[in-house]
Design a protein around this ligand. Sequence first.
Ligand SMILES: [Zn+2]
Ligand SMILES: [Zn+2]
Length: 178
Amino acid sequence: MSIQFNVSQLLKSDVGGIREYDFRMDEPLNLDDAIATGVTGSVKFTLTNFGILAAVRAHADVLLTCARCVEPFQSSMDVAFQEEYRPVIDIATGLPSQLPPSDTAFELSANHMLDLGEAVRQQILLGIEIIPLCTPECKGLCPTCGTNLNIKRCNCPPPESTSPFAALQGLLADVETR
Ligand SMILES: [Zn+2]
Ligand SMILES: [Zn+2]
């Protein structure tokens, strides 16, 4: 996916120069276990001594799969972040940039295009909960018959608990009934 801006005019301006844009992505954005649609946002580019600082705000509707009941559900997400973009070509000379390399900055393309796509994708991924739940109260699936317990109850006996805490509770129950 790409959200591209031509920043050659900004690169030719003075340090501190600013450009602001809105963007929207029409195609869905494929994340590893989810799909984001309706990605919209705004970006403010500031020219620095090293390149371009992008301050981004974005909104996305993310289609996730509930970790308990395995049903798909829609979640809306807002992200705000800053990323640095460095030129690979010096716009004044047309030669490779003499700036020191950076491990954290993204690179502009050789023809001075800035692509926010990868940064937006990473930020949306970071915003997804590790264990997404359709609702905090989701009852999940019966481990025995697979019934979605949000929709109906099944007649399976409750699974036997093997946790040491449960054993302790059994012991306490014994003591109390004596
Ligand atoms: Zn669920
Ligand atoms: Zn069941």
